[in-house]
Design a binder for this molecule. Structure first.
Ligand code: ZN
Length: 350
């Protein structure tokens, strides 16, 4: 869509906001509830505007996104203001409590809760990958050694198998473990079907680690996998560049840095330019000017062999996104523990 249309659209949002704000000022609690649904409900106008966001290019999306956020804030403020006013009218004019209907009148003034930032991020990531043709699949959190390590080319003597890093359990005499990454999801799906495969696996993972500002024993990951014939590193790069630009809603400087993972070869880590110092180097990016966002690579032939795929015929890429990490980068949060403390002062900002 060209720039004239995006401007028209922004004009439409402004007109809508002005019209609704006028109505909010004059409405009673019941009408207010209807207006709120009209704006933010499942088929609300603001909700529908948000849904149309992915069809624009990056700069239009940024412009449109800013305008939408502004509109949301104006509408929410107008609603809160109207509620406050109606409460003071109750207090001033109706001192007799029995005249109030608590269930009807006092439930509504409490602001509606919002999604936890982690859940919001997972939903955003899923929406982007779905639009790129990925299916969403689920995997078990309780795994066997085969799925979590062996099938992913992580041999018995590899340090990540250490009890220091992994929570082992014993289920009816069978040694099990809490998955340390979402990568076993790849194995489950490849065992069930032949390529082409194009999936993401979101979920919780567990590491036997002491919590600090950047580590937690439970956190979220999203695994991605595409297997087919004739896939190259360029396909991986194209998907991840598109994802990062859309997730951060701007075209960031990013780089693919060679790295090492057991289950991919070649492997890379993707860095984005530090948002705080714009690449000059600061405390937050440890003077590197870059911050790591995710790990990726071409699926190791041994992984394909472990699910009896013809590794001469099929090829693919995989990537893993740390949900907390990418949320911290997007919102400039410096301590992972804030996500789990349920401090409303923190959560209300999202
Ligand atoms: Zn920096």
């Amino acid at each position: 869509m060209d720039i004239v249309n995006i401007n028209e659209l922004i004009g439409n949002i402004e007109l809508f906001v002005n019209k609704i704000c006028g109505k909010i000022k004059k409405s009673d609690i019941k009408e207010l509830r209807i207006l709120k649904t009209k704006c933010f409900g499942k088929n609300g106008i603001i909700t529908n505007f948000s849904k149309s966001l992915p069809q624009y290019n990056v700069s239009d999306r940024k412009k449109f996104g800013l305008q939408l956020n502004k509109a949301k804030k104006i509408l929410e403020d107008a609603i809160v203001k109207r509620i406050e006013k109606s409460k003071s009218v109750y207090r001033d004019s109706e001192p007799h409590h029995e005249k109030l209907s608590y269930s009807k009148d006092f439930c509504f003034p409490f602001p509606k809760g919002s999604l936890h930032p982690i859940i919001q991020t997972i939903q955003d990531i899923i929406a982007i990958f779905k639009s790129l043709g990925f299916a969403v699949v689920d995997g078990p959190e309780l795994e066997t050694d085969w799925y979590n390590f062996e099938a992913l080319n992580i041999p018995e003597d590899h340090p990540s198998r250490d009890v220091q890093d992994t929570f082992y359990l014993n289920e009816n005499g069978i040694k099990k473990l809490l998955r340390t990454h979402t990568s076993p999801g790849q194995i489950h799906i490849m065992e069930k079907q032949l390529p082409p495969i194009k999936i993401i696996v979101p979920g919780r993972v567990y590491r036997n680690e002491t919590s600090d500002a950047s580590h937690s024993s439970i956190f979220y990951q999203i695994e991605g996998l595409e297997i087919s014939e004739n896939i190259t590193f360029m396909d991986l790069k194209a998907v991840l560049v598109e994802f990062i630009n859309r997730f951060f809603m701007s075209e960031l400087n990013l780089r693919f840095r060679p790295s090492y993972f057991q289950f991919t070869e070649p492997s890379a880590e993707v860095d984005i330019q530090c948002n705080f110092c714009k690449g000059k180097g600061c405390k937050i990016c440890k003077n590197l000017g870059w911050m790591e966002v995710l790990g990726c690579g071409m699926v190791h032939p041994n992984v394909l062999k472990s699910v009896n795929y013809d590794f001469q015929k099929y090829i693919g890429y995989a990537f893993g996104i740390g949900v907390e990490r990418i949320t911290m980068l997007k919102h400039n949060i410096n301590d992972i523990r804030l996500f789990y403390e349920n401090d409303l002062r923190f959560l209300k900002q999202f």
